[in-house]
Design a protein around this ligand. Structure first.
Ligand code: NAD
Length: 504
């Protein structure tokens, strides 16, 4: 599809068919060059309703499809994802800006969720108890919910949608995905592979769009559950609205992830791992380590010295150059926001040790780049500490004891990920036991759980009761039903029983 400027418009996928709906469009940028590369269709309420109708029509047959057949679609889907990996990474790079090697890592993490979905015949087996009473058997089974929806952020256009729909679909649901309007192409391309993998039309649908599409999904009574991943203010809105309309909801929000650096830590290891975890993907990861809490001034001084030296060697630029460590941020508006946080830290009295505000890689001067930035003397009352920056900015907070470091983390409103660097097993054990954060690393900077565990934060990083993907994902997308059964023999008849049945 093209628009009046003859530029490509990314459309929707409804009932197995690529659909346009270009009454409203929005620009999609190549963040490495700063140019508009495409447009994305912004779905109307009617388009979203059409997708829901298609999904609802597909549900009865898909629900009754044997689980092994549903799993076989996922096996084939995994194969197609691997065969098309280069194209997918290129699309991610073009619209998100992350370097191709980082896009490949994201895709691989997504594929691992498809692999887990392939084991659905195992995890949907249910529970069975024979003889819970005389000649009475009882079992629990996990039935699909119906039509469910997912709303996803820009920063992982392949991986985060793959956290959701392979699991939802293999459990027997039909899905409507509303991806980020800022980098929609890889998400749409991946979803189109499902048809090739043998998925019946209507089971998976993609509607591109904005708040109109999201609100339609939130208010339509045919949608049974909503998974959301994005910023905390929107997560709160999604959770409040979805639950008020009777839907099941899990809404994963933003983060401020701290690493505690203990005096006994292996500093070389800390420095290299902090560099990757703070600046990888331009800090646009919900698990990015954006605050290092140095225990003792000596640790802080050594950390600053080593980090500032090593940062000089980092390379950032266009997504296509695999020798780059990281790329641009997503939009000019987001760049302005990140620079605004650095300015505010400076105004509040923090020390800008390495300043990335003027960064402009040669040949890509119009791209949305922020260079790696290191800030010392950050205090908890500063705006740059309290809020999520989501850029290549590492802040150092100085404390004197491990307990002070833990109090700082526990008092922060976010609780997504954290990490401690130490050689002391006892300290690490105390930390992991008492820290008020959902995902904890011990000498591991990005403790993103693997696909056969589940992912989620605490406090204002997650609204809902279940984590994303893995075992919690299977529970989120199914409803337990418990059946208790007896086949009375023709010659045994019981009288009416008015007390609560027991085995006494
Ligand atoms: P975002 O909240 O701006 O957008 C997320 C989704 O919500 C998009 O699909 C968007 O179109 C939609 N949306 C935006 N405004 C809306 C509105 N007013 N009403 C309804 N829908 C709306 O987030 P983003 O900028 O795309 O992604 C970055 C954020 O996501 C960061 O805060 C990051 O920490 C968070 N994130 C969290 C996790 C996690 O697992 N906790 C993972 C990835 C990203």
């Amino acid at each position: 599809m093209t628009n009046s400027n003859t530029q490509h418009v990314v459309g929707h996928l409804i009932n197995g068919v690529a659909r346009d709906d270009a009454s409203r469009t929005q620009e999609v940028y190549n963040p490495s060059t700063g140019e508009i590369s495409k447009y994305v269709a912004i779905a109307s309420q009617a388009t979203v309703e059409e997708a829901i109708t298609a999904a609802q029509a597909a549900f009865p047959a898909w629900r009754d499809t044997p689980v092994i057949k549903r799993a076989r679609v996922m096996f084939k889907f995994k194969e197609l994802l691997e065969q098309n990996a280069d194209k997918i990474c290129e699309l991610i790079g073009q619209e998100h800006g992350k370097i191709l090697h980082d896009a490949a890592g994201e895709l691989q993490r997504g594929i691992e969720n498809v692999e887990y979905a392939c084991s659905a015949p195992e995890f949907l087996k249910g529970e069975f108890s024979k003889n819970v009473g005389p000649n009475i058997d009882s079992w629990s089974e996990f039935q699909p919910l119906g039509v469910v929806a997912g709303i996803t952020p820009f920063n992982f256009p392949a991986m985060v949608p793959l956290w959701m729909y392979p699991m939802a679909i293999v459990c027997g649901n039909c899905f409507i995905l509303k991806p980020s309007e800022r980098d929609p192409s890889s998400t749409l391309f991946i979803a189109q592979l499902l048809k090739q993998a043998g998925l019946p039309d209507g089971v998976m649908n993609v509607v591109n769009g904005d708040k109109v599409a999201v609100d339609t999904l939130l208010h339509d009574p045919r949608i049974q559950a909503v998974s959301f991943v994005g910023s905390t203010p929107i997560a709160e809105y999604i959770y409040a609205t979805a639950t008020s309309t009777g839907k099941r909801c899990q809404a994963l929000g933003g983060a401020k992830n701290h690493a505690i650096v203990m005096p006994d830590a292996d500093l070389d290891n800390v420095v290299s791992s902090l560099l990757g975890a703070a600046f990888g993907s331009s800090g646009e990861r919900c698990m990015a380590l954006s605050v290092a809490v140095a225990v003792g001034d000596e640790v802080a001084d050594r950390l600053i010295e080593c980090l500032s030296q090593q940062i000089q060697g980092l390379k950032f630029g266009c997504y296509a150059d695999k020798s780059n460590d990281f790329g641009p941020v997503i939009t000019q508006q987001h760049k302005n926001k990140v620079v605004g946080y650095i300015n505010s830290a400076e105004q509040d009295g923090a020390k800008i040790v390495v300043d990335g505000r003027q960064a402009a890689p040669q040949g890509f001067e119009n791209g949305f780049f922020v260079g790696p930035t290191l800030i010392d003397q950050v205090r908890p009352d500063m705006l740059s500490y309290k809020e999520e920056i989501f850029g290549p900015v590492l802040q150092i907070v100085r404390v004197q004891t491990m307990q002070q470091a833990m109090d700082l983390i526990n008092q922060h409103e976010y609780g997504n990920g954290t990490c401690i660097y130490t050689r002391d097993g006892e300290a690490a054990r105390y930390f992991s036991d008492h820290i008020q954060v959902g995902m904890v690393g011990i000498n591991i900077p990005l403790p993103v759980p693997v696909a056969y565990h589940s992912f989620g934060g605490w406090k204002r990083s997650l609204f809902g009761d279940l984590y994303a993907y893995g075992p919690d994902g299977a529970r989120f997308y199914t409803r337990r039903k418990t059946i208790t059964q007896r086949w009375p023999s023709a010659n045994v008849r019981e009288g009416a029983q008015f007390s609560m049945p027991t085995l006494n």
